[in-house]
Structures are given as C-alpha cells and as structure tokens.
Write a protein that binds this ligand. Sequence first.
Ligand SMILES: Nc1ncnc2c1ncn2[C@@H]1O[C@H](COP(=O)(O)OP(=O)(O)O)[C@@H](O)[C@H]1O
Ligand SMILES: [Mg+2]
Length: 309
Amino acid sequence: MQPLSGGVSSQILRIDLDTRSMCAKRALARLRVDTDWQVPVERNEYEYCWLQTVARINADAVPGVYGRDAESGWFAMQYLPPEQYPCWKQELREGRVDVRFAAHVGDCLGAIHAATAGRSDLAERFASDRIFDAIRLSPYLESTALAHPDLAHVIRKLIETTAQTRVALVHGDVSPKNLLVGESGPVFIDAECAWYGDPAFDLAFCLNHLLLKCVWVPQAVAALSDSYRRLYAAYRSRVTWEPVAALERRAARLLPALALARIDGKSTVEYLTATADIERVRHFARGLLTEPCIQIEHVLECWRSEVTP
Ligand SMILES: Nc1ncnc2c1ncn2[C@@H]1O[C@H](COP(=O)(O)OP(=O)(O)O)[C@@H](O)[C@H]1O
Ligand SMILES: [Mg+2]
C-alpha cells in the first residue's frame, strides 16, 4: 500500500494486489488546510453512492467501485494510473487545452443531471443538505458574504436559492483537478460533496475554474475561453428537465460569487497570488454581483474585458 498525494480532505491509498491495483479512500474529519474546517465524515458514503449511481448512467465516466466498509469508512475503487488517466488540471497547466475534451465534460455532466432529475428516490438517498452547507455553501459563499458586507444580501440570496433548488444529482466539486482525461472521455472522481440539489452549481463551479485558469495559464486564454463556451454549449443541449434559460440564469448568477469566493472565501486558489490579478478578479466579480447578467456568454465577455483581455 502507498498513500496517494494531492487531496486535502481524505486519506487515499493505492493498493497493489497480485492481479491488479485498487484505490481506497476514507474521509478526514478535519480538512488539511490552514484554517479550521470540519466536515462530517459521512460524505464518504455519499461519494461511494454517487460513483455507483453514475456508473449506471455512464460507466466510463467514473472509476468502478468494489465495495465499502461502513464501520471503518473506507471504500475501494478501480485504480486509474496517471500515465493513462492524466489529471485535467495538469493538462491545462501545461497549456494542453483540448476544447473537445471540455465539450465532452459538459456533455457528460449534462447527461448525469438529466438522468437524475426528478428522481424522488435519489432525492431521498442524497439528502445531504447539511454536508453541502458545511463543505460548499458556508465556506465558499457565506464566508464571502462576511468579507463583502455591502454585497452580503445578494450573496445570501444566492445561498438561499441554491439550497432550496432540489432538482438533480450534483457532484459538488467539478473542478479540473477532479477530472481525469480518459481514453473514452472524462472520468469524474472525488464526489464527496454529492447532493441532490441545484445542477447550476456544478455548471457554474466548473466554468469558474476555466475562467480562473486564464490567469494561471495566460498563453491559453483563447483556448480556455473556447473551452468555456464549448463546455456550456454541450451541457445546454442536455438540459431537458427545466427551461434552459432558468438554469442558465442561476448558473450565471452563481459564477461571479464563486469567483469571488476563490479569492476572499475560505478556500482560495493557490495560483492567484499577484495583487493586480486579485484586484481585477475582485472588481469583475463585485461588478456582476451588483449588476447581475443572466447569460453564460455575457459572464465570459465581462471576464475577458476586465480580467484577461
Ligand atoms: N481511482 C483513482 N485512481 C487513481 N488515482 C486516484 C483515484 N482517486 C483519486 N486518485 C488520486 O488521488 C488524488 C486525491 O483524490 P480525491 O478523490 O480527489 O481526494 P480529495 O478529496 O482529497 O481531493 C487525486 O487527485 C488523484 O491524483
Ligand atoms: Mg480531489
């Protein structure tokens, strides 16, 4: 057995057997971050159930799971070697921005949401509202509201809308670091924020990462912008469960709040360090929170004109 590095919230091991390798994961009660951030360990069970549920929708989009021991809180899944399944974040970092892959992510995510929308059994199974609040709404959005008292009412309204929208099965951490580039498309890992809630959260969370990556990998701004557009276009064509404009409005409103959360919330991105960059992102996000736009494309235009021309 050897520990795998990279995560902050779990213990994760590679286990080599005679015939194959597996990966085992268990949740930590206190995240390995500078601030004190405690989250219930039952999230490991939700992660396991999310992987099982999605395997039935698209088996290529997740590592296969082998089993879980409730008492110790460990589950075992297929080990996906990084040589064959590189991490999308690393690919982007190195300037390898494949817009078709981004579209594929949008397509898979939309398909997962479409297949799980309106399912009362899943709503009951993933009633993890308390965990989602502790791991997402509170550290990202409530802490940002506290840092920006003049915008607190707007941000708290977004928290309320998100918390009350129970529409489809949400992954909750759709970030390039949790997507592996598989031969037959994206593989989603790290579903411990799984929650039956607002699919707009997943969409906005992932698009926000593509915006922020423009600051990190400035030579790839054009391809990253294209990825943002293609991801949304593919996702959009899967939206069957509600009018697409309603979903788009919620995602477009969440986007600036999530961008602000990554500089002034509890979980800041490690690559935004230059004061000038931070100021530009803050200005962009505050502007859109004050005067919201309702289209994903307009958020990008605003980003391009204010942050990364
Ligand atoms: N099934 C897997 N096969 C191979 N590597 C994995 C697998 N699951 C996770 N990893 C590796 O371990 C890292 C941390 O796992 P992750 O589930 O994202 O945990 P955390 O919640 O701590 O971020 C990942 O970034 C990846 O490098
Ligand atoms: Mg992770």
